[in-house]
Design a protein around this ligand. Structure first.
Ligand code: AHR
Length: 307
């Protein structure tokens, strides 16, 4: 606790059990459900009395959920902020109430709130690198003459949407073989991905590449393409991020080229990081998760462990 106090962060006692809050942003896709389950599965072995809330896709509700957890006197907060800005005041209120806060999977605007100062640490993937790796795989493997891309972005204002876009866009910048026809949000959701793809397909029938910021939107896009008589894997190539079971199946079926992994299994890492903090260790600002890549070469081998 000495180190924590020196940093201005709330200390955390070492004890057998903790009241822990996990304020989930929404539960409308397999990734979010797997993340929540990972916290629930870890609770008993880590000594957590776990309070889980579901903001149903509303940043305002997520703020209210955090405020209610603060009022209930939780010991520790784990938070995947739906968007980069709206959750910052709630993070600051948790800190002011003496509750060590760990951002999991998504981050907040670093210009306003920083790990080690306003919250303990960010636990998560390198989203810029995920976008870059999806682009690099496409650059290496796309055999057509000209790649005409529709990009389906994640939730507007969220760190994975911002970073997966910049990683991908930077990797193809200056490469004349690839051109982004249009980039639009599908809110990380399958239905929205399908609807947006239907519209964009009419505006840009020449599209031959879809880059989706997550697998749910990629699956939605595949449904829209097939409904329009297109052949994913033959005349349109789909690149994505996450590693869900449906995406691995789509790869096995030849309808998707790649999904760069973004692991939702944060429970064990959250437990270990919290315990290190309670033991007085200084936590690195970014506890990085290493991600794999799933393609036709290894999708069948990994589908059994997918969610
Ligand atoms: O923050 C991670 C992203 O959020 C996942 O890629 C997506 O599926 C989820 O909604």
């Amino acid at each position: 606790t000495g180190v924590a106090q020196a940093q201005g962060l709330p200390p955390l006692e070492q004890k057998d059990s903790y009241t822990v809050g996990f304020a989930q942003s929404e539960s409308n896709n397999p990734w979010r459900i797997a993340e929540t389950k990972s916290f629930q599965d870890t609770a008993e072995s880590c000594g957590w009395n776990l309070i889980v809330t579901d903001a149903g896709g509303s940043a305002a509700k997520q703020v209210a959920d955090v405020d209610s957890m603060i009022a209930q006197g939780i010991d520790v907060l784990f938070l995947p902020p739906r968007e980069e800005s709206p959750l910052i005041p709630a993070v600051m209120r948790a800190q002011a109430a003496g509750i060590p806060t760990f951002l999991v999977d998504r981050s907040v605007d670093e210009a306003v709130a920083q790990a080690g100062t306003h919250y303990v640490a960010f636990l998560g993937s390198d989203f810029v690198d995920q976008g870059r790796r999806a682009a690099e795989y496409m650059i290496e493997n796309f055999e057509g003459e000209q790649g005409l891309i529709i990009q389906l972005e994640g939730t507007t204002g969220s760190s994975p949407a911002n970073d997966r876009k910049s990683g991908f866009d930077e990797a193809i910048a200056g490469n004349e073989k690839f051109q982004i026809l249009e980039s639009r949000t599908g809110d990380f959701a399958r239905d929205e991905g399908r609807r947006v793809m239907e519209t964009l397909l009419q505006a840009h029938p020449e599209v031959n590449i879809v880059y989706a910021h997550n697998d749910e939107m990629a699956i939605g896009a595949i449904q829209a393409l097939e409904a329009a008589g297109r052949k994913p894997g033959e005349d349109v190539f789909v690149y994505s991020i996450d590693g869900t079971r449906d995406a691995l199946q789509a790869i096995i079926d030849g309808k998707m080229e790649v999904t760069v992994e973004s692991s939702p299994f944060f429970g064990p890492l959250a437990c270990e990081t919290m315990k290190r903090y309670a033991a007085g260790e200084t936590i690195e600002p970014w506890v990085k998760v290493e991600d794999r890549i799933f393609t036709a070469e290894n999708a069948a081998e990994h589908i059994g462990e997918a969610y």
